[in-house]
Design a protein around this ligand. Sequence first.
Ligand code: SF4
Length: 178
Amino acid sequence: MSLKKIRLATVWLDGCSGCHMSLLDIDEAILAVAQKADVVYGPLVDAQDFPKAVDVTLVEGAVSSQDDLEKIRTIRLRSKLVVALGDCAVTGNVPAMRNPLLTRKMLERIYIDGVQQTPGVPHEGVPALLRMAVPLHEVVKVDLEVPGCPPPAKSILFVLSELIEGRMPDLSSKVKFG
Ligand code: SF4
């Protein structure tokens, strides 16, 4: 008898890809996951638009731009469970370090101050930054938070294994921030 696979998505907002690297570090256990889950969206999947009717979406990174905000709202509407994966998604972490600075001043500092050749803040094709980079729970309901920078592969595997079996993982003894 073939059991129905869950529809799994992974998303990368304002993060460094380290959380996705840790996900890939589950090594051959990924084969066991693949037997029970179809990855319908993610950095390694050739799908442009976030699909409908996703069961579980793992989200790396903070919400930092207008694009991030629209994406996470769509993800929330189309996912049964949204999992904040890693400290950036859970607390803001590294992307939120810019929050004490005015966005305009920060961009001028990076792109104009001290730049010798063609100084100027890029606008074309660059998503507008939000005033602050914020964790997911500040803009959408989050079903599960998995801290760590990045979360260890064994914790991610535990989370995936439990969610695939329809259980909400108990992370109280398994994860830590940083
Ligand atoms: Fe990178 Fe750490 Fe943020 Fe994950 S939590 S995206 S590893 S900085």
